[in-house]
Design a protein around this ligand. Structure first.
Ligand code: M6R
Length: 617
């Protein structure tokens, strides 16, 4: 969480940094700040609130000249979101300025030590401690900035991506990373450098980037290039410049009011991109290098353990059904945050699948490290290419969803299910647990899903009408069975996170074990009741709700009459195989939460208290 941006080069730094912060706002938006060097002095402006608030303030407060600067958009960890706790933080002398994404866990003891040496602190942040620690080391040992940063980081416990600037050395910026991402964009002729949490702030300036690895730092010098070293032992690291594959269009709204809506509508393409080149229907095969190369591991696995958080965890639950159903491999799905701390039994015959859109989620990353330390084989399913989880996994498969900017995950969910379905089908074929005709049917149906998602999206107007009726509800229930139970959980999460309406997802049949007590005429209940998969049982559950006067929104298969006769509203989705139905039933639930949130005037893309990639525990 938190977004960092920096620039050093011949251009004016301010517009690059402020626009860059806007693109990184998905990473945190509690407060924002900027530090610019105008050739003589440091100018700092920071404020609680969004980058737009900062922009309005900056122009009144400071001059925006200067070719070097750093900026930050914050997701608060230490210290409430207010002006003082906002980044950048300046050292006591006023010489050094820092931006930081991460947490310094031992900041309290370091702070006490610095206080005993006469340092004072304005904020409650761990970051202000770090900048003063660097200053103290620089002073004590008369060290250059890069060396002082390195010594300081060797005393620090925690996670960070930092950029540090010394106004007495205006031709350089020092950056470092451990556990939080950091990319460096390299301009032509090494005469300008961009620093950012991801490449989006500098896409229009350069396609060449270096991604720092954990425990690496870089000294970036105007006209002189970058030098990367290991923080621990100072060894030199070869600079590996990558050519970026994403373009600006992919990270813009493209005419939609919100990124979330754009991303919901991108799902047909995202799903196609995800199976393209992997699903070869004419040859009746699935080709996935990461699976082929490790087929023995998968086939000899005692069980598959899936670790993930949030929406990715819900995709893992869908995968549990499909792996067990088709490939007959036992699966356990774990919250990464619980798994990592509960001393789980893991051994070398386990395959761990880690699912993460961002590939940076701290709990999932820690779960992977734990599993690897016990000898398990780890397979990553990530969206962000080159992300920490992708790199830490033994093998993996990318979802090709394209950048997902809206904090509420949508296309990441359906593309994760697509990848996991492909893997399950490939393993089922290898194990002989699926007949060749069933296999072909699955391939055919999966290939038809994008068109069917397009059809499901056509219910938008109907969903808007339903949203208007229930937007003021205080609570919502979501029910589903089998493959669609995780979709009910996901529907409830979507509504909670962007509209702040309390919602719960349940397996439909569990309702009678407690939640049914909640039902009265004020309770809207979205029930997934598609034709394939326990349809009659779900219809009985709907009857139970109806007799208690609950308001029923049925997600049904096209042409359904039975639920239509019982429900207050129905939303149709095209027919497909039960195992693929989550790819369709989730669409109306995404739209329902989107429209309710818009009608309640909530910030859909940046819901309160959240951030897109959760790089803290
Ligand atoms: O990047 P990841 O997939 O690892 O993120 C996991 C969760 O933080 C994420 O899915 C979160 O629950 C979303 N806001 C849900 O919409």
């Amino acid at each position: 969480m938190c977004g960092i941006v920096g620039y050093i080069g011949p251009r004016k730094a301010y517009p690059i940094i402020i626009e860059g912060l806007k693109r990184l706002e998905y990473r945190g938006y509690d407060s924002a700040g900027i530090a610019l060097f105008d050739g003589k002095d440091l100018k700092v402006s920071k404020t609680k609130g969004k980058v737009a608030d900062l922009e309005a303030q900056v122009e009144k407060e400071i001059t925006t000249t200067g070719n070097v600067g750093i900026g930050h958009t914050r997701w608060a960890t230490h210290g409430v979101p207010n002006d003082v706790n906002s980044h950048p933080h300046v050292s006591n002398s006023g010489n050094l300025v820092i931006i930081h994404n991460g947490i310094i866990e031992n900041y309290e003891s370091l702070k006490l030590e610095l206080i005993s040496r006469g340092y004072t602190f304005k904020s409650d942040t761990d970051t202000e401690v770090l900048v003063n620690l660097i200053e103290e080391i620089q002073k004590q040992d008369n060290l250059k900035l890069g060396k002082a940063v390195q010594v300081a980081l060797n005393q620090v416990i925690g996670a960070y991506a930092i950029a540090v600037f010394d106004k007495n050395k205006p031709e350089e910026i020092v950056v470092a990373r451990l556990g939080s991402p950091l990319a460096i964009g390299i301009g032509d002729n090494d005469d300008e450098f961009f620093i950012a949490s991801d490449a989006s702030p500098f896409l229009e300036y350069t396609k060449n980037a270096v991604y720092l690895e954990d425990e690496e730092m870089a000294i970036i010098r105007f006209h002189k290039g970058i030098k990367i070293r290991k923080i621990k032992d100072d060894s030199v690291v070869e600079t590996f410049v990558q050519e970026l594959q994403i373009n600006l269009e992919q990270i813009e709204k493209g005419g939609f009011d919100h990124f979330m809506l754009k991303e919901i509508h991108e799902q047909p393409k995202a799903i196609t991109d995800t199976y393209r080149g992997r699903l070869l229907r004419n040859e009746a095969i699935i080709k996935m290098a990461g699976v082929e190369d490790n087929m023995k591991k998968f086939l000899n696995a005692n069980r598959i353990i899936i670790v993930a958080c949030g929406t990715s965890w819900h995709a893992g639950l869908v995968a549990e059904y499909i792996f067990e159903d088709l490939a007959r491999i036992p699966v356990e799905v774990e919250y990464a945050s619980e798994f990592r701390y509960r001393n789980p039994v893991i051994n070398e015959d386990d395959v761990v699948i880690a699912i993460s859109q961002s590939g940076e989620t701290a709990d999932t990353l820690a779960a992977i490290k734990l599993a690897k330390s016990k000898g398990a084989f780890v397979f990553g399913v990530c969206n962000v290419v080159g992300s920490s989880i992708a790199r830490e996994s033994d093998a993996g498969a990318y979802t090709h969803a394209g950048p997902e900017i809206g904090v509420a995950s949508t296309k990441a969910f359906t593309t994760q299910i697509t990848v996991l379905t492909l893997i399950a089908l490939r393993l089922a074929r290898a194990k002989g647990t699926i007949s060749s005709s069933d296999f072909r049917t699955h391939l055919l149906e999966l290939e038809l899903i994008p068109k069917k998602v397009e059809k499901a999206l056509e219910s938008d107007d109907n969903i808007k009408v339903i949203s208007k009726i229930y937007k003021d509800a205080k609570n919502f229930l979501y029910l589903g069975r089998g493959y669609n139970f995780p979709v009910a959980l996901e529907g409830a999460l979507k509504l909670k996170e962007i509209s702040y309406i309390h919602a719960e997802g349940y397996p439909a049949a569990e309702m009678k074990h407690g939640p049914i007590a909640l039902i009265d005429e004020n309770m809207p209940i979205a029930v997934i009741a598609t034709k394939k998969g326990h349809y009659e049982k779900v219809v009985s559950n709907i009857q139970e709700i109806k007799s208690r006067k609950g308001k029923i929104i049925g997600i049904v298969t096209e042409g359904d009459t039975q639920v239509r006769g019982l429900a207050d509203h129905v939303i149709e989705v095209p027919e497909t195989l039960e195992s693929l139905s989550p790819l369709l039933t989730t669409i109306p639930l995404q739209l329902l939460s989107y429209h309710i949130a818009v009608m309640l005037d909530k910030n859909v893309d940046q819901p309160r208290n959240l951030a897109k990639s959760v790089t803290v525990e």
